[in-house]
Design a protein around this ligand. Structure first.
Ligand code: 1PX
Length: 211
């Protein structure tokens, strides 16, 4: 299932995400997420409620990209412009466009902040650091504020099932601990840049609270 996962693939996708003029390609953004989901699946079935949600959001975006208006979904920038210009986004409450590209990508965008915090904390962790603690601290500082009590509880339970730091570094499949740490150091600035560009775009268009 996740035999082919490697942190390197995630890095490659986020590297390919940015165009020369700093637009974010949806194709690589969702490929990056697919890689991450395959990684999460390899950690066990307690995470499947999380990966199911992530996969359904990836699928919604992929359907737009492959659909008849696909050219408007090449980048996050073109998607935002197209959906706003054509009133395809529910701005205040869910109505006739409950699954717009903009609101769907916003969920993954918020999760990307979690990923950024979590990976940074893994990168700077020491041998006795606990992955479950790093994961829940990253979650509480990001995604948790957007989730209901019940989801927060379920997520908290799932975090307890995370493998320890050593095993975690192993599944990342990117060589020795030191090599993983180096790779994380390369991946993080890219992930942060993609995150920040999206955040600024959403803020400028007042899309950060889409229902
Ligand atoms: C190299 C190591 C990295 C580990 C990779 C792990 C990939 C994690 C992928 C998580 C993607 C989560 C997407 C969540 C999107 C979301 O917020 N959805 C909620 C809102 O959607 P709605 O359509 O209702 O507005 C939805 O309610 C969420 C349901 C599922 C629970 C989400 C819990 C998220 C916890 C994130 C931490 C994942 C920990 C995995 C550990 C490896």
């Amino acid at each position: 299932m996740a035999d082919s996962f490697s942190l390197r693939n995630v890095l490659e996708n986020f590297k390919s995400c940015l165009s020369d003029n700093k637009e974010v390609y949806i194709k690589y953004y969702i490929s990056g997420w697919r890689e991450l989901v395959s990684f999460m699946n390899s950690l066990g079935s307690v995470f499947s409620f999380i990966s199911k949600d992530a996969v359904s959001k990836i699928q919604i975006l992929e359907n737009f990209l492959m659909g008849e208006n696909g050219t408007h979904y090449l980048t996050v920038q073109s998607m935002v412009k197209y959906e706003l210009d054509n009133e395809l986004v529910d701005l205040t409450k869910r109505g006739s466009h409950p699954e717009s590209g903009c609101r769907t990508l916003l969920r993954l965008h918020r999760a990307l902040r979690w990923l950024q915090l979590f990976l940074e904390s893994l990168r700077t962790s020491t041998e006795d650091s606990k992955t479950s603690v790093m994961c829940s601290e990253a979650y509480n500082a990001s995604l948790a504020q957007h989730h209901s009590w019940i989801i927060r509880k379920a997520a908290g339970l799932a975090f307890c099932a995370l493998p320890g730091r050593d095993a975690f570094f192993e599944v990342m499949n990117a060589g020795s601990h030191q090599e993983v740490i180096t790779l994380l150091g390369e991946a993080l600035p890219l992930i942060s840049e993609v995150y920040q560009i999206t955040e600024d775009l959403y803020a400028k268009n007042k899309l950060l609270d889409l229902p």
